[in-house]
Design a protein around this ligand. Sequence first.
Ligand code: FES
Ligand code: FES
Length: 245
Amino acid sequence: MDRPVTDAWIGESLLYVLRERLGLAGAKDGCSQGECGACSVQVDGRLVASCLVPAATTAGSEVRTVEGLAAEGTPSDVQRALVANGAVQCGFCVPGLAMTVHDLLEGNHAPSELETRQALCGNLCRCSGYRGVLNAVREVVTSRAESADAAAQSAADAEAAAADAEARAAGGTAPEQAAGGYPQDAYPGPSYEAQPHAGQPYDEQAHGPGGHGNGHGDYGNGTGHVPAQASHDGPRIPHQPGPPG
Ligand code: FES
Ligand code: FES
């Protein structure tokens, strides 16, 4: 958003112009000499102490203040995490801290605790200390990583579904069929070719070459017993004479 400033004195600081001429009071004037970080803003994507920057040098630049972190009135994830982790007491340092954390995470999506501490070393907080800020940074990093993973997974699913639909539309077959059929492993058990009756006439399949019995036209073997057979078409059982009388 363009905010023209026409009546500023050449020596006014960016912090002064933001607060006094544009009414953007988010950046705070803690020391006016670059020591506390409460006035931190981004100029063309670089974090600066606005109390040290002559406003005239930023003409035509994009200046982002803490007011620009919220999207449609909703605080950013960093701002919410700072509140949730107890990093806010009097709140005077928090706009500068929020800008610093945003700037850090724009350049480093997963900073170590040491890197986070180094990034925060120019921001002074006299109330709550820094543990809450460190926890907030870790929470935001984790949350953003989970969101990125979920987005990547849903994009991959959508891509696979689109490829599947395209293959069906092109060939009328599913991709796995077009690639050579369904894998045998998907159907455990003996394959069709292994079936013992494959290729034989129906009669032989159903009864074997000797019928139900032993090939002698009856169901017994003369002993009064019907021996167990491994299968209908197993080896023939020789005729055994029955007991006399
Ligand atoms: S007011 Fe700018 S660093 Fe303190
Ligand atoms: S919350 Fe008061 S100075 Fe940081």
